[in-house]
Design a protein around this ligand. Sequence first.
Ligand SMILES: [Zn+2]
Ligand SMILES: [Zn+2]
Length: 104
Amino acid sequence: MSKNYHKCKRILNWQTRQCLVCGELVSEHHPEIHHVEVYPNIGVFIHQDCHERVHHEDRFTFLRPSMSHQQVEVAHKMLKNKEKIKKLIKLNNEVRLLHRKIKL
Ligand SMILES: [Zn+2]
Ligand SMILES: [Zn+2]
């Protein structure tokens, strides 16, 4: 994972440092960051093991961003072509809204 990828504008649980999966305190040293949203870049401190769970267990889908980690990596690499990224984000948000409508 690239270092740029971890530059978060906002960390939701920076004060409590409470892991969103297990509720235990996340260590100040080498904290793992999971992105709950990509644009704007919003993350949460999380345990490494719990991070795995967020991406693999169905009950944590609500914590997943509209873009996957892999898509974010690709988007960062394509930063030269901002219009293309905007389109990608727009498409992702539309798909996400659609999923929400179906669930309701
Ligand atoms: Zn945890
Ligand atoms: Zn993650």
